[in-house]
Design a binder for this molecule. Structure first.
Ligand code: PAF
Length: 291
C-alpha cells in the first residue's frame, strides 16, 4: 500500500489505476470506515482512502485541535482492508496560502439542520471534497449515512457540477448496544456512553410509533426529545425532514428522515433514521388481484 503526501505524487499514483473507488476520511478510522472500504472494493478494482483533518469544516470553537490523529493505526486498518493507496497530505499542501478561497456551496441544503448549528461547516466539506475529487478523480466515492446531510449535499454537488463520479451510500454501522459508530465516541466516558444510547433508542421508538400508525411528526419528535431529556442530553435539534430536499415534514406520508444532534457532556453526537411508513407499501382499496 502506497502512502502519498503530495498532490503530484498522488496524481502519479492514481494514473496507475483504472477504475477507482475512494473513501474520503478525516482519519481516526473505525469499523464504520472499514465497512466503507469493503463497500468500495465491490465497486472498483482499486481503492484509495484520503486521510486529512480538514480545518475549513471546523468552527472556531470546535474540536479541530483535539480531533484524534492516530495515523499508524489508521494506515494499519487501510492495509488490512486491502487499500491500494492512501493520500495523507499536510494542511499546507491542500491550502497553500497564496491561493484565494473558492467556495462551493449549496445553500438550499447546507443552511438547514447541521448547517444551522455549524455555520460554514458544509462550505468546508464541499471545498475539501471538491479538491479531493479533482486530485484523485475517483469513479466512485463512498460516504456513510450517519452523516446523512453530508451525503445528500455531496450527491447534489456532484450532480450539479456534472462530475462523472457515482456517490455510494453506506448504512450506518452500530455497536451492539445501538450507538452509531463515530470517531467522536472515543471522547465519551462509560457513563456518558450509556446516556448517549438514548439517541438510538429514541429513533427506534419513533419508528415503532410510525409502525403503530402515528404519523404526526411533532408527536414523534416529542417521543425522541423526552428520552434525550431524561438522560440530560443538550439537544441541538430533533428534526423530521424530506430525505431529498431536507425540508421539514409535518406528517409522515412517505420516506422521512428523523435526524438528531445532541451533546453529552462536551461531546456532540449526531444520528438519524430513514423511515418508510408501512402504509406506503399498501394501495388503499386496491382492486382484487392488485397488492
Ligand atoms: O465525513 C468526513 O469524515 C469528512 O467530513 C470528509 C467527507 C472526509 C471531508 O473532510
Amino acid at each position: 500500500m502506497r502512502v502519498l503526501t503530495t498532490i503530484s505524487d498522488c496524481r502519479a499514483e492514481r494514473a496507475k489505476h483504472h477504475q477507482l473507488a475512494m473513501v474520503p476520511t478525516m482519519g481516526a478510522l473505525h469499523a464504520g470506515h472499514a465497512a466503507l472500504i469493503e463497500l468500495a472494493h465491490q465497486y472498483a478494482t482499486s481503492v484509495a482512502v484520503s486521510i486529512f483533518v480538514n480545518p475549513t469544516q471546523f468552527g472556531p470553537r470546535e474540536d479541530f485541535n483535539r480531533y484524534p490523529r492516530p495515523i499508524d493505526d489508521d494506515l494499519e486498518l487501510c492495509r488490512r482492508g486491502g487499500v491500494d493507496f492512501v493520500f495523507n497530505p499536510p494542511v499546507e499542501e491542500i491550502y497553500a496560502s497564496a491561493i484565494p478561497d473558492v467556495i462551493v456551496d449549496l445553500p438550499s441544503l447546507s443552511t438547514l439542520l447541521e448547517g444551522k448549528h455549524r455555520p460554514g461547516h458544509f462550505k468546508g466539506v464541499c471545498q475539501i471534497v471538491a479538491k479531493l475529487f479533482n486530485i484523485i478523480r475517483p469513479d466512485f466515492a463512498c460516504f456513510g449515512q450517519k452523516d446523512y446531510q453530508q451525503l445528500r449535499i455531496i450527491s447534489a454537488m456532484v450532480g450539479a457540477l456534472n462530475w462523472p463520479i457515482q456517490i455510494v451510500p453506506c448504512p450506518t454501522l452500530r455497536d451492539p448496544d445501538g450507538l452509531a459508530i463515530s470517531s467522536r465516541n472515543r471522547y465519551l466516558s462509560p457513563a456518558e456512553r450509556q446516556r448517549a444510547l438514548s439517541i438510538n433508542k429514541g429513533l427506534r421508538l419513533a419508528e415503532a410509533q410510525i409502525n403503530a400508525g402515528i404519523n404526526q411528526t411533532n408527536r414523534l419528535t416529542t417521543t425522541i426529545q423526552n428520552l434525550l431529556l431524561e438522560q440530560h442530553l443538550a439537544i441541538d435539534y430533533i428534526a423530521s425532514v424530506d430525505p431529498i430536499t431536507l425540508k421539514m415534514v409535518e406528517v409522515v406520508t412517505g420516506p422521512t428522515l428523523f435526524a438528531v444532534a445532541a451533546r453529552v457532556g462536551t461531546t456532540r453526537l449526531i444520528d438519524n433514521l430513514l423511515v418508510k411508513p408501512p402504509w406506503d407499501l399498501v394501495i388503499p382499496n386496491a382492486p382484487r388481484g392488485v397488492s
